[in-house]
Design a protein around this ligand. Sequence first.
Ligand SMILES: Nc1ncnc2c1ncn2[C@@H]1O[C@H](COP(=O)(O)OP(=O)(O)OP(=O)(O)O)[C@@H](O)[C@H]1O
Ligand SMILES: [Mg+2]
Length: 160
Amino acid sequence: MEQRVQLKTTSREQTLTLAAQFARLLRGGEIVFLRGPIGAGKTVFVKGVAASLGLKSSPTSASFSLMKRYQNKQIRMFHIDLFRLEETEVFNLGFEEMLEDEQAIILAEWPDPIAHMLPADRLEMNFVLEQADTRTIELTSHGRISAALLEGLCQAAAHL
Ligand SMILES: Nc1ncnc2c1ncn2[C@@H]1O[C@H](COP(=O)(O)OP(=O)(O)OP(=O)(O)O)[C@@H](O)[C@H]1O
Ligand SMILES: [Mg+2]
């Protein structure tokens, strides 16, 4: 069952606060698809999650610009960005490590080329550009894990 919620941030800092609240909900194995136009705030959000978990980025086998691995002793998080890639182009790029790691947190910008390779349970975040620094963030959960994430984030974001 799908659940939908809309949040709004009015500055980059507020999106970082939201990312920190989101980070506290992560347990491992969560998948997030980030959508929205260039400059909408997807990368700001992802970097905010990594920073707030105290994760450091480490080199990956896949083309460095397409996938970054963030980790500490407990958590592995992959940030991927497949802007302008086609499904045929992501074949054999070295995503196996990420795909085989059931405890990895995956945050994917422009995720469509690999969406079919990932588990169905995912949180979709659609960033909408509004006036100036305002962003509407539409959240849609697909499955139990992402529904819990969405609920947790809404409770936390009540104090945004
Ligand atoms: N409310 C906001 N939330 C996030 N970023 C904001 C906000 N207001 C302004 N910004 C600015 O918008 C830009 C967002 O850039 P970001 O790289 O996160 O976009 P993106 O969605 O990842 O784009 P791309 O598709 O090119 O990767 C940054 O320069 C940031 O400072
Ligand atoms: Mg980006």
